[in-house]
Structures are given as structure tokens and as C-alpha cells.
Design a protein around this ligand. Structure first.
Ligand SMILES: Nc1ncnc2c1ncn2[C@@H]1O[C@H](COP(=O)(O)OP(=O)(O)OP(=O)(O)O)[C@@H](O)[C@H]1O
Ligand SMILES: [Mg+2]
Length: 430
């Protein structure tokens, strides 16, 4: 990897571009691949006589904000990076990670003498009264969920202007960490992890919870191979699309797994949004590529809304046909074409893991096709395995009635043909 010299007039970083490249990856703001792409771009710019530094390019391309750069360059200025925060009842042991929104610490809960994880939110979130109200309501409700594949929420609280979320400490790593290292999972391993997370979602969905942010960074793995869904019940700061573009920082904003309806900001986001995001996560795990790439959050979101998915087995031909069908069904742009329940998705995942065809992947398929024929839909692309994905966004209103009528006509026609055939046979035998 060749590193062009810093642009003399631009922003600099202590230690130079290669140090900055490492720092942004360590802080999970940018992936190693994205840093590589930026460095290649810098080489091109340098060769074209327009030298630029990595810091400027990362900011210009929307990967980081100037304040994120400042915090990386001078970590002591970050209030969370200095002395350990003090929270009564807990002894904070060490920082175990940080996302774009918060820092996570390993801590000892003194009353029960057990190790927990505490996510501490920045003070600025305290000013948003709506967010704070939802944070307490959702956090306390989530603490009532109990499932081996969900990171157990324990409590929510506030101290010194910081709101915090206490949860089970998971001694392990995230699926994101694995993807950063090994690019993709083999089919059986990915199926196992996705099945565990689908079980977690089935449990949560049955109790009225929608996660809204299923992604590789929110799937933690233990050394024993148990997958745990993190951040269940953690209120989102803003609407999903706003959250995805907030701060223009990649860590908070990269909407690689967001469902089309969350992008549109519809009010009644339901369990099917989680099914889409789980499908997108599955896609990334087995192909090594996110479903839709783009250089800005809005470009990626546009593709979620409009661009047809490249079938996963086009990127990884060793995948079984059934697995591709499950992902395509889970990631249908129109949520009416996705699985109608998380339990149905689980049935298919279990069938594929036994080497069988997924029985639910095609349920409703004929219905959808008939509706498209009836509506005279212009753009219907028939994908691999016969799955149908509309390029446009057909209205579902009245679909059940129209397709039932068409089905009835088809059945009536078949019955008439059958009667005529029988009559012909009788006439011939006489
Ligand atoms: N319960 C936990 N036990 C142990 N480590 C955890 C736990 N929850 C989170 N972590 C660690 O802290 C890191 C930061 O988590 P956080 O949820 O703040 O951000 P994220 O999900 O990685 O990213 P983003 O902010 O983009 O959503 C995680 O990547 C993980 O390594
Ligand atoms: Mg998280």
C-alpha cells in the first residue's frame, strides 16, 4: 500500500496518513476496504498533480466529520476517553468499544458482584426530551425480555448528565469484526448465526418489539458460538433515515442494512423491517459484499429503494439455491412480499440447513405474480429460482381481492376444460 504525502495546505494528522488510516478503522468509522479505496484515490490525485491528504478526503467523502477527526487526533479532549466515568453502584473496569453514538464499558455491578456492560450516551442526547423519554420506556421494557440470543438488557439510568444502559457483558466479538478480518463466512456458519438471530427476533417480535437496527455490528459472538443480538430496546435518536445520514459520519450513518420503509420514514415500521435487515446482514456474511454499495448514505438508500439485488449466488456460486431464495424473499423491497412472520423465515432457515428446499420462500409467489399481471405492472424482473421482484413500488391496496378473483377464474376455466375432456372421452367410447 503506497501512501501519498500529505497535501501541504490541507488538514494533517499526527503520524501521517497511514496512522490516520489505522485510527479510523480502529474507531470503526471506516472499513479497511474504504480506507484502501481512499488511498488509491489519493494516489490518482497525486499523479494528476492535485495532491490531497487522507484527512481531507475522508471528510470530503463523508466518511468522518471534522470533529471526529479532532477527537481521533487529540483523544484527551474526548471526555469519555480520559478518566473513567463514575456511576454509583458500579465500578467501571475498562472501555470495551465505542460506536458513533456512545461508549461501552465493562463494569462490576457492586450489589450483585457481577460483570456487566454499560453503554454511556453523550450529554448532548440528554437535551432531547423525546429521546430521553423513549430511552427509559424502551430500555425498561426490553429488560423484561429474556432469550439466550438477545444481549440481556438490565437497567437504564442517569448520572452526571449522562444517560446509561446496563446490559449483559458479552465476552466475545461482533460479526462485523469477523467480516473485517475474513470477508465472508461459509454457508453453514452463516446459517447457524442467522438462525440464532432469527430466533431472537421471533421472541422479540412476539412481544411487540422491533429492533430497527439489525446489522453485523449488533450481532455479538461468544467463544462457544452463541450469537447474541445487541441493542434491543435501545431507543433511536431520530427517524431511521435521519439517523442514517446524521453527522455524515459513516459509523452512525452507513445505511447498508436499512429497510426501504425505514428510508421512506413510514410511521408503522413493523417486524418486516427487521427481516429485511437480517436478510441484508445474511447477504453480506455469505457474499462478503454489502447488498448495495455507494459513496454516500443517500446513494445507498436510493439503491435500497430502487435497484434490483444482485442474487447472492452470482457473487458466491458455491451457495445453495435455497439460501439465495431465502435472502431474496427476506429482502423484497415491498414488505408485503417478504416473509409474513419471523417463524416462517425460521422454517426456511431450518429447511436449508438440512439441505432441503425452503418451503415458505414461494408461499404467496403466485399471488404476487397474479397481482402484477392484473395491475399490468410494467417492470417485473424474474430472478433466479423464479422469485419475483418488482422494480417499482406497487400499491398493495386491494391486492388480495383482485388476485383471488383471477384465481377463481383460472380454477373455473380448468373445471370447464376437464368436463369437456370427460364428455369427449365418453362420446369417443360410445
Ligand atoms: N454487551 C456488550 N458486551 C461487550 N461488548 C459490547 C457490548 N455491547 C457493545 N459492545 C462493544 O462495544 C462496541 C460499540 O457498541 P455500540 O453499540 O456503541 O456501537 P456499534 O453497534 O458497534 O456501532 P454503531 O454506533 O454504528 O451502531 C461494539 O462494537 C462491541 O465491540
Ligand atoms: Mg451496537
Amino acid at each position: 500500500m503506497t501512501t501519498p504525502p500529505d497535501h501541504p495546505g490541507g488538514r494533517s494528522f499526527p503520524g501521517g496518513d497511514s496512522y490516520l488510516g489505522r485510527a479510523v478503522v480502529d474507531a470503526r468509522l471506516v472499513t479497511p476496504e474504504e480506507v484502501q479505496a481512499c488511498l488509491a484515490k489519493l494516489s490518482q490525485l497525486h499523479a494528476a498533480g492535485k495532491p490531497m491528504g487522507l484527512a481531507d478526503l475522508l471528510i470530503k467523502a463523508g466518511f468522518i466529520t471534522p470533529s471526529q477527526l479532532r477527537r481521533l487526533a487529540h483523544p484527551a479532549e474526548d471526555s469519555m476517553a480520559g478518566a473513567m466515568p463514575q456511576i454509583p453502584g458500579f465500578q467501571l473496569l475498562r472501555k470495551v468499544g465505542a460506536g458513533a453514538m456512545a461508549s461501552v464499558f465493562m463494569a462490576k455491578q457492586l450489589s450483585l458482584d457481577r460483570v456487566v456492560a454499560i453503554k454511556i450516551l453523550p450529554k448532548r442526547l440528554s437535551e432531547d426530551q423525546d429521546f430521553v423519554a423513549r430511552f427509559y420506556k424502551e430500555g425498561r421494557a426490553a429488560a423484561k425480555l429474556n432469550h439466550n440470543n438477545i444481549v440481556q438488557a438490565i437497567d437504564v439510568g442517569e448520572y452526571g448528565g449522562h444517560h446509561y444502559f446496563v446490559m449483559e457483558y458479552v465476552d466475545g466479538w461482533t460479526v462485523y469484526d469477523d467480516l473485517a478480518k475474513k470477508r465472508r463466512y461459509d454457508e453453514a456458519q452463516a446459517l447457524d448465526i442467522i438462525t440464532q438471530i432469527a430466533r431472537a427476533l421471533e421472541h422479540a417480535h412476539a412481544r411487540g418489539f422491533i429492533h430497527r437496527d439489525v446489522k453485523p455490528k449488533n450481532i455479538m459472538m461468544t467463544k462457544d458460538g452463541v450469537a447474541k443480538l445487541a441493542d434491543m430496546g435501545l431507543a433511536r435518536q431520530a427517524s431511521d433515515a435521519e439517523a442514517a445520514t446524521a453527522e455524515k459520519g459513516r459509523a452512525f450513518g452507513t445505511p447498508y442494512y436499512i429497510s426501504p420503509e425505514q428510508i421512506r420514514g413510514i410511521a408503522d415500521v413493523d417486524f418486516r423491517a427487521d427481516i429485511y435487515s437480517l436478510g441484508a446482514t445474511f447477504y453480506h456474511m455469505v457474499t462478503g459484499r454489502v447488498p448495495f454499495e455507494g459513496s454516500t448514505p443517500s446513494e445507498i438508500m436510493h439503491k435500497h429503494l430502487r435497484e434490483a439485488l444482485v442474487p447472492p449466488d452470482h457473487l458466491n456460486p458455491s451457495l445453495s439455491a435455497g439460501l439465495g431464495e431465502v435472502i431474496e424473499r427476506a429482502m423484497a423491497k415491498d414488505r408485503q412480499r417478504r416473509y409474513t412472520s419471523t417463524s416462517d423465515l425460521l422454517l426456511d432457515l431450518e429447511a436449508v440447513s438440512h439441505g432441503e428446499a425452503p418451503p415458505q420462500a414461494h408461499v404467496g409467489y403466485d399471488d404476487g405474480l397474479l397481482q402484477n399481471l392484473a395491475d399490468g405492472a410494467e417492470e417485473v424482473a424474474v430472478g433466479r429460482g423464479g422469485s419475483v421482484q418488482a422494480q417499482g413500488l406497487p400499491s398493495a391496496a386491494g391486492s388480495g381481492g383482485r388476485s383471488t378473483t383471477l384465481l377463481a377464474i383460472l380454477i373455473a376455466e380448468s373445471v370447464v376444460i376437464l368436463i369437456l375432456l370427460i364428455a369427449l372421452i365418453i362420446a369417443a367410447s360410445n
